[in-house]
Design a binder for this molecule. Structure first.
Ligand SMILES: [Zn+2]
Length: 461
């Protein structure tokens, strides 16, 4: 007997946490933070719905905060087991978690200083010391090899093509013959997307836990480079600064890569690019170390012609370097995080740049409900930051081809090889997306599909 409980990413896109139990073993797949709407963020503060001390192991699909950001909290609560992850995920997750601890510490301090927090005093979920403890529990695990986080649960990683080091997880619960097969899709990448491989074909399974971020829509057929060139062109005409909100890891590298390609092809002027995120600045070397994870050639990564760096790409690591950007005159490009503008250095740039019409704010990828990014996407006239309503006078541009997520057609294509699962669970999507994909799969594949609610448990037989 085995069972699964959905402790996150249930009818929402953040907080991925799936507890898999069999014969007394309990393994948590992903340990993400809830982000976006306040009611979701507050969930991070509720009592953890499982006993952190009694977990045998945590297994990560990839490094993004919505899949790893709660891990130091669980460690703080006494989890001492191993955390399995790919080698690239180990490096990226360390950066992401340290950054998260820093942002939380900073936000808490700022909230205390300005007195706008309801919690007195405002506290972080964890600090950098908790992150240091967490990363010591990482066990770098290669793709394609079976490993056993806790008997009778065996697992094997396959490339998900969503981010450097991203994986799907094939599971065999080997207390019966034949073993019960479970598949966690993780975040599924795109076919023919820039920088990353195509997602691997999924192995067949009895139970499938599949993401559904874009379950109800396709990415528009856009010529990504062409669109980006036009957006940059319009920004140059306005003469101001072009501010690109980006996940610090993955997206930022993708943006620099695309901008550099456009410069090389003389489709945009050789504008200075400022990468304002200490975490992003450390990522290029990680890309160099993990060539198995992306499509860049040796030539594109060597020190003579580095496509992710170059003389007009400025890395802003220190706070002073970041603050100096306040005086920056356009045309120029600032890439900063967080991707949905929920925190990080981008908030300060927005505060400064949004009220002026010569500037451009570029939104790329998925913006969850409740985030500043979503509000801007929906045309809000003001955006609240640090307790102030800042007017949106800058041009807001959307570049949609940047998503690292499979769209509806990609998901259906990825699901094609799976023959006849006993049950499919759709997670990591807001209700409209997940329900639409569920209906599609019921109709076209005749599958039993469930969109679980938060905290829902299912027996796997
Ligand atoms: Zn992700």
């Amino acid at each position: 007997m085995a069972r699964i409980t959905f402790h996150g990413a249930a009818r929402t896109v953040t907080g991925s946490k799936y507890l898999l139990e069999a014969d007394g073993a309990s393994v948590l797949v992903d340990c993400g933070m809830f982000q976006g709407l306040k009611e979701l963020r507050l969930k991070n503060w509720e009592p953890t719905p499982f006993d952190a001390k009694s977990l045998d192991a945590v297994v990560l699909t990839h490094a993004h905060l919505d899949h790893t950001g709660f891990l130091p909290r669980v460690v703080k609560q006494g989890f001492r087991g191993k955390v399995y992850c790919s080698p690239a995920t180990a490096k990226l997750a360390e950066l992401i978690l340290l950054d998260s601890a820093k942002i939380q510490g900073y936000d808490a301090k700022y909230a205390n200083k300005k007195g706008f927090s309801k919690h007195k005093p405002a506290l972080p979920l964890y600090d950098s010391q908790d992150v240091e403890t967490t990363v010591k529990q990482f066990r770098e695990t290669p793709r394609g090899k079976w490993f056993c986080p806790a008997e009778p649960i065996w697992m094997r990683y396959h490339d998900a093509g969503h981010l450097l080091g991203s994986n799907m997880i094939e599971v065999e619960i080997r207390n019966q013959d034949p073993p019960l097969r479970v598949l966690f899709s993780g975040d599924v990448g795109r076919y023919d997307g820039p920088l990353y491989h195509d997602p691997s074909a999924p192995p067949d399974c009895d139970y499938l836990i599949c993401e559904s971020t874009y379950g109800n829509r396709d990415h528009p057929e856009v010529d990504l480079l062409g669109t980006l060139a036009e957006v940059v062109g319009r920004s140059v005409e306005r003469g101001g600064v072009m501010l690109m909100a980006s996940f610090a890891i993955g997206r930022a590298q993708q943006l620099i890569y695309l901008l550099q390609v456009l410069k090389k092809e003389n489709r945009i002027p050789d504008l200075p690019i400022y990468l304002d995120s200490p975490m992003s600045c450390n990522a290029t070397s990680i890309y160099k170390e993990h060539r198995e994870d992306h499509d860049l050639s040796e030539g594109e990564l060597d020190d003579e012609h580095p496509i992710l760096a170059g003389p007009r790409v400025h890395l802003c690591r220190s706070t002073d370097e970041s603050k100096a950007l306040n005086r920056l005159k356009g045309p120029a490009i600032i890439i900063s995080s967080s991707g949905m503008m929920t925190g990080g250095r981008i908030v300060h740039h927005l505060k400064r740049r949004l009220p002026h019409a010569e500037n451009t704010v570029v939104l790329g990828g998925y913006m969850a409900r409740g985030t500043r990014g979503r509000r801007m996407q929906e045309g809000a006239e003001t955006i609240r930051m640090h307790g102030i309503d800042v007017p949106v006078r800058a041009a807001v541009e959307m570049v949609s081809g940047l998503s690292g997520h499979a769209d509806r057609s990609d998901l259906l294509r990825w699901l094609q090889p799976i023959s006849n699962p006993k049950q499919v669970f759709l997670t990591h999507g807001e209700s409209d997306s997940a329900d639409a994909l569920a209906e599609e799969l019921r109709t076209t594949r005749n599958w039993k599909v469930r969109v679980p609610d938060l905290g829902e448990t299912h027996e796997l037989t």
